[in-house]
Structure formats: C-alpha cells, structure tokens
Design a protein around this ligand. Structure first.
Ligand code: RRO
Length: 310
C-alpha cells in the first residue's frame, strides 16, 4: 500500500513506524522476531563520540503506566558503531536514524562529522543510504550533556547550527518536553536548517525508596516514558505541527496502531515506538500492519488524507 509511505527530507520510509532510540539497540536482537524490513525505520541507541559506560545503580523502574530510565547514554562510541553496526543495519532494508548525543559542542560536531564521512564513503561505494541523523539534545540522564543543551533555545541553537554545518545528512532534532518552550525550540530548529524534529523524549520524573528514604536513582531523577506520557506527547506534537513547516515525528507512549493514528491526525509525518518494544518485541511490525488494516477498513487510501486533520 503506497499511501502508508512517508517522506522525511527526501528519504522515503516504507511506513511511518520507527523504533525509538534506546529501546531497540541496533536492531540485532529484534531481528530474531521479525524481518526489520517491516519497519519504517530504526533509531539507534544514542551514540557519543567516545564510549560511555552509562549510569551506576538502578537504571530502569516500572511505573503504573510506563517506566523510568536512567541509562545514562551507555554506548560503544561513534567509531565502534560505524565499524560494527552500521553496515549490518543498512542491510536490513529499512531507514536508519543515527541518534547522536554529546557532552560538548565540539563532541557533537566531531561525532556528526565522523558519521557523515562514513556515510559518504558508503555512498561512493554504491550503497543505498536511507540514513537520517537524529540529533539528541534531550537526554535527561547525563549531567554534562544531552538535555543540558535542550532546555534553553539559545543554547540548543548553537548545537543545531554547528551540527547542520558539519553534515549534509538529513537532520532530525530530538526535543525534550523539559525544554522551557518546546514549540519555540522546534521553530528554532527549522530556522537553523533542520529537516525535521522528533518529540518527545522522556519526561523528567522520580521514584523514592521510602525504606531507604532516598531516590531509587543515583542521579535522583530519571526519564518517564510509556503510555503514561502519551496524552502529553500528543498535545505537544499537535501544538508543534501547527507551528512549523518541517515534518514532526511523534513519540510518546505509542502502544497500538490506534495510538499511532492519533499522532498522524495530530499532524505527525511519522511516529516512534519505544517503551512498548519491551512489552511486545513484535510491537513495531504489528503497529505498522495495524495501520494498514485500519486504512483498508476505513477506506483511507493515504495517510495524507488524515494527517493533521484535528
Ligand atoms: O541513555 C539514557 O539515559 C537516555 C537517553 Br540518551 C535519552 O535520550 N532518553 C532517555 O530517556 N534516556
């Protein structure tokens, strides 16, 4: 069904269902459950220029309708990703969103430049390259990076501008609901030449161990995701799509085709499924198939016919 494809910065996705960063690794474990070509795309675990061990102590905690995480950007670093994972991901016949975090402006720029060079090399070698760079300025769990750049628009602007100059790859900026003004942030991304924005990252939250009388998490706060945040995410996506002309990728608690369709009706070009991958490993493929079923049952030939209808 062609009406289910979507387009982000000239890259055509088979369907609008992308696996969210940090919930899908680099795809290898999930490939045992279904062909990853059933997905619109996969966002990698957040990468940084150098490897990071992540946060000590408790990293995940289930809540009534979602989960808290304090992973702390554990990743093998950009170079290891390029040498060990990138080619495998490109063979899976789906779009790859390379999620990039950083602890300083220089680290973001160097990380983006290395990813850009690796992609250029592969394009020259004749490889098809459905790759987007997803710039993460919204990680809530590391002191010296991520969200520190995504709260104030002026600070975020310097990162978006510098990364935009460092790469010709299609650029998606992943935004934080903890930003002072996320709509203004999205407008800034558009003005600085970003091709799309993705939102929302997890919501800063907390869990207290009343026996120990302290936070469960060493960093005190953690990121809340899952169905608990879906109505908030939907509201923010709706506000943002009305304010910018670039595509918005909706993220936040999507657990069914119906949830995904709500985001499309709010104006999202595509969606990301995160926490639900931990509940049902086949969630992504089932949600994509469910969207097609719904369209057939409703006589909707193209998602364009319902996108932003609300
Ligand atoms: O690794 C993390 O702790 C993390 C990241 Br990079 C992010 O972007 N969002 C999140 O909830 N956790």
């Amino acid at each position: 069904m062609s009406g289910i494809t979507c387009n982000i910065a000239g890259v055509t996705l088979r369907n609008p269902v992308i696996m969210a960063s940090g919930t899908f690794g680099y795809g290898r474990e999930y490939a045992a459950y279904y062909p990853l070509s059933r997905l619109g795309g996969i966002a990698t675990k957040g990468l940084t220029l150098f490897p990071r061990a992540g946060n000590p102590g408790v990293r995940v905690w289930e809540t009534a309708a979602g989960m808290l995480n304090s992973v702390g950007l554990e990743n093998p670093g950009v170079d290891a990703f390029i040498s060990r994972e990138l080619d495998w991901m490109l063979e899976q016949d789906t779009t790859v969103l390379i999620n990039l975090g950083g602890g300083s402006l220089e680290e973001y720029v160097e990380g983006a430049a290395r990813i850009d060079a690796a992609c250029r090399e592969r394009t020259k070698a004749g490889k098809k390259l459905p790759v987007l760079l997803e710039l993460n300025i919204s990680c809530p769990n590391v002191k010296e990076g991520g969200m520190a750049f995504g709260i104030e628009t002026a600070t975020a602007r310097s990162v978006v501008r510098a990364v935009r100059e460092a790469t010709g790859l299609p650029l998606v900026v992943k935004l934080s609901p903890n930003a002072r003004d996320i709509v203004e942030m999205a407008r800034m991304c558009e003005a600085e030449g970003a091709d799309a924005v993705s939102l929302i990252n997890s919501v800063l939250a907390m869990k207290i161990d009343i026996r120990a009388r302290r936070s469960i998490f060493r960093q005190t706060y953690a990121g809340l995701s899952g169905p608990a945040i879906k109505p908030i995410a939907l509201r923010i996506v709706h506000q943002t799509t009305k304010a910018v002309g670039i595509p918005v990728i909706g993220i936040g608690g999507i657990a069914s085709a119906e949830d995904a369709l709500e985001f499309v009706m709010a104006g999202a070009e595509a969606v990301q499924v995160g926490t639900w991958n931990f509940v049902h490993p086949c969630a992504g493929a089932e949600i994509a198939a469910g969207i097609t079923d719904w369209m057939c049952s409703q006589g909707v030939a193209s998602l364009d016919d319902i996108r932003g209808i609300v």
